[in-house]
Design a protein around this ligand. Structure first.
Ligand code: CP3
Length: 346
């Protein structure tokens, strides 16, 4: 099977010779080719320029026999295009110039012409698709409404996102309105990426795991379903990633997404039992890649064997990490992981 055919078959939950593999943040700072581009261009410039975005997205494909590419961009392009003023300070993560803490703040968001301001992202997908010419699968993506809401209220990264989570009780109506606004924006953005050549889209709910079941069900799920209902009209799969979402499996079951990307603490067997019929992706620990090569190979084989033993068979599974590759990850271990998948046969 060629790479794209394997990726499309897995997405369609059809039989494959082996599960396809791609890695979250596969085009990140651990690659010298990425750092070289960043030495000459700002992060937003790379996102805004289809040629640079594609150049960076291709770096990992040149090094490792991955089955799919992910368009190079960021989830925070949406709050940035709404007017939040997002920058990345060295070592500090994202910083928002304007936070969303009141109804007035929400009114300040500029939704007029939003999709025109975000057109660079589907344009990057189109450029990537044209360059790859069918050699690899292509993933588009967006931030999930709760995670975009969390960053926008907090104004950057946080351990507990206390301002955002407090708003769920102090002004639940405002929180819902903001999440619905994000839901509509990401739905349109994902549709544009699918029309531009993406084979599937992934919604990143990186901070969704901070919520308990009741709050996830009450706040995150309605906005996710609102977005997913629109995106799925394109007839291509929607995959949801939640970091630390093992306590949410029972809630995730009822979300209208086609697939779920598992973090490293959620096993395929547990997920298959809790989410019958859903496409599953994941779930190797990104920190494993800082350990020995022997351990990387052994754990990768263990996940493949677990996938192969799943009730209902290994179809509909995509090998990935349980979160993004970290900066400074040794490339040799990334190569070892991908090599084990490529060589594996049932
Ligand atoms: O290969 C790929 O997956 C690259 C495309 C990609 C990036 N960000 C590039 C990026 C994707 C899919 C993302 C998603 C993203 N962005 C998420 C969800 C996934 C996750 O990791 O949980 C989140 C939470 C963000 C928000 C964000 N953007 C953060 C926290 C950071 C890092 C800040 C830091 O300095 O550590 C960014 C910036 C960013 N996005 C970088 C990259 C490669 C690093 C920017 C740089 O070059 O300095």
């Amino acid at each position: 099977m060629d790479k794209r055919a394997r990726f499309l078959a897995a997405l369609a939950r059809q039989p494959v010779d082996r599960p396809p593999v791609w890695l979250m943040r596969q085009a990140g700072r651990y690659l010298p080719g990425y750092r070289a581009v960043r030495a000459e261009h700002g992060f937003w410039d790379v996102c805004h320029t289809p040629e640079l975005s594609t150049r960076v997205a291709l770096e990992p494909l040149k090094k490792f026999p991955l089955d799919a590419a992910i368009v190079f961009s960021d989830i925070l392009i949406v709050p940035e295009a709404l007017g939040a003023g997002v920058t990345f300070e060295k070592g500090e993560g994202p910083v928002f110039e304007r936070t969303m803490r009141s109804r007035d703040d929400l009114k300040q968001w500029n939704t007029t012409g939003l999709m025109e301001r975000l057109a660079f992202m589907p344009n990057a997908v189109r450029h990537l698709a044209k360059t790859l010419a069918g050699s690899h699968g292509i993933l588009g993506f967006a931030g999930a409404p709760f995670t975009l809401f969390a960053y926008s209220v907090e104004g950057g990264g946080s351990d507990d996102f206390r301002h955002a989570r407090a708003m769920l009780t102090t002004d639940p109506g405002l929180a819902r309105d903001a999440m619905n606004l994000f839901a509509d924006a990401i739905a349109e953005l994902c549709l544009a990426q699918l029309a531009a050549g993406a084979d599937a889209v992934q919604l990143f709910d990186t901070w969704g795991g901070l919520l308990d079941k009741a709050d996830y069900r009450a706040f995150a799920v309605p906005a996710l379903n609102r977005a997913a209902a629109t995106i799925r009209k394109a007839g291509k799969p929607v995959i949801l990633f939640i970091k630390g979402g093992m306590h949410l499996l029972e809630v995730i079951k009822d979300i209208e997404v086609d697939g779920v990307s598992l973090d490293w603490r959620t096993s395929y067997s547990e997920a298959r039992a809790a989410l019958p019929g859903k496409l599953l992706q994941g779930q190797l620990d990104p920190v494993l890649l800082f350990g020995s090569e022997a351990a990387v190979r052994e754990r990768t084989r263990a996940v493949l064997d677990e996938i192969n033993r799943l009730p209902g068979g290994p179809g509909g599974c995509i090998v990935n990490l349980g979160h993004g590759i970290l900066p400074q990850t040794p490339e040799t271990n990334v190569a070892a992981l991908v090599d084990e998948v490529v060589r594996w046969r049932a």
